[in-house]
Design a protein around this ligand. Sequence first.
Ligand SMILES: Cc1cc2nc3c(=O)[nH]c(=O)nc-3n(C[C@H](O)[C@H](O)[C@H](O)COP(=O)(O)OP(=O)(O)OC[C@H]3O[C@@H](n4cnc5c(N)ncnc54)[C@H](O)[C@@H]3O)c2cc1C
Length: 471
Amino acid sequence: MSSACSVVRGVTVESWEIPIDTGEVPADGSDFDVVVVGGGPGGSAAAAYNALNGCKVLLIEKNVWPRDKVCGDAVGGKSLSHVEELGVLPMVQSTPYYQVDSILFGSASGAEVRVMLPKESYEEKGLMSGYSLPRVQFDYMMFKKATEIVKENGGAVIQGFTVKEILSETTGGVTAIKGVSGKFGGSRSESPILSFKSLVTIGAGGYNCPVSRKITEVHGEPHKDDDHFCGGYREYWEGVEGLEDPEGPIEIHFVDEVIPGYFWLFPVGDGVVNVGIGMLISEEKKGKRKGSWRGLRKTQKWLINEHPRFKDRFANSKMVEGSAKGWQLPFGSPRKNPPSHQPRRGAMAGAMTVGDAASLVDPFSGEGIGNALLSAKLTSKHFDKSLHSDGFTLEASEAYMEELWDVLGKELSNSKTLQKMMKWKRLTSWFINKANKKKEIGTLMSEMIASKDAQTELWNPWFLFKTLVLP
Ligand SMILES: Cc1cc2nc3c(=O)[nH]c(=O)nc-3n(C[C@H](O)[C@H](O)[C@H](O)COP(=O)(O)OP(=O)(O)OC[C@H]3O[C@@H](n4cnc5c(N)ncnc54)[C@H](O)[C@@H]3O)c2cc1C
């Protein structure tokens, strides 16, 4: 992919290849109001929102920007208000991106339906209806803006520094997180261990975040669960037939070999398409036991080279070298009989987690950026440096987890039901076939994507009967 500084849509492109100057490293033992572990979208937003609240923040990232992140690269409507609120939208719009106007769903039987996104309702708010762009660009802009905001408010930012240990203290039977320690990697691998203290530590280190592991360990609760973790695999391709334009659909295909996960084709601008598959780890393991599942990468290779619906579209295309990578998605689906909080314990005295570290990825669509940003903003509502000048209490952490599930619980539970329904291949094919012929179903799907409230309609039996069964 090209990333040269140039003019796109009349605007000078901000390059995402120039290193970000994060300035001086704070001295060992420095105190902060908030330490954020991880500088992905969740961590960058948490650092920025808390700094805007007047907190002295330390944002720590183990990689050095620009850095890649395995993803489908689709940034949905939920993210847009935060991206705009933090002042990142103009930066994102000044880089090449793909304008998403619709979603094309394909069923196992080959039926397809293209659902248009309600562009007008977004445009009224001055926003785009949806877009996709490589995470190397999106995350760079988020981190760069967060660095500016954090530093303007007296905080500090460190890159290339891996948090290795979460510092805690137990008083009166309550264990509270007090800070973090870690060291620089790469050429600075001989660097000394540095520690930083804080009133609250925010874990934003993704699916294997050391803060979220510490939280579940201290409270003796499970961290990883194969029924709620998904394996994902991504490659970038150039020249995929039907997706050459700068605006159009993103494609989601429920093909036999991947159900209940899906195979996606998401253009990301500049003629490049993000191609990938995702599948629940428990399903993937079942397949392996039967000997029919040969790994996500192998399945994708077969879909591209041999599947009758896709092979011609890839006939003149080329994979971008070095783009083949896998990663995990921690779903926010409700757990059966959770020991304390849904979807998983995500906070304790002295700490909160956001985004993937809090296991908040939508179990149907695989979207996680929106919930990462939403939870990041919520941490700034629940932490107050005056109120919590003696530390962030266990009660405050409970209040955060409760509000998070109040806000997201309904849509995450609905998405889990949809995910389960996808196992019934005939039902999916019938639904997509029907949607192709019946306008109301297309409208319902479009509203479901734009508004999570509309998803509740799906569980209204009369509505379902009327829409699906009546001619
Ligand atoms: C294959 C795949 C496809 C996906 N498709 C989509 C999609 O199309 N749309 C969508 O919205 N979501 C998608 N997701 C989900 C999305 O990628 C995540 O939900 C999102 O990245 C979560 O953001 P985050 O900031 O919580 O975590 P991350 O983006 O994972 O960021 C975590 C950061 O923490 C840093 N870190 C980790 N450990 C440490 C440490 N010890 N010390 C310091 N720093 C540390 C990491 O380097 C990283 O920068 C997809 C995910 C996968 C795997």
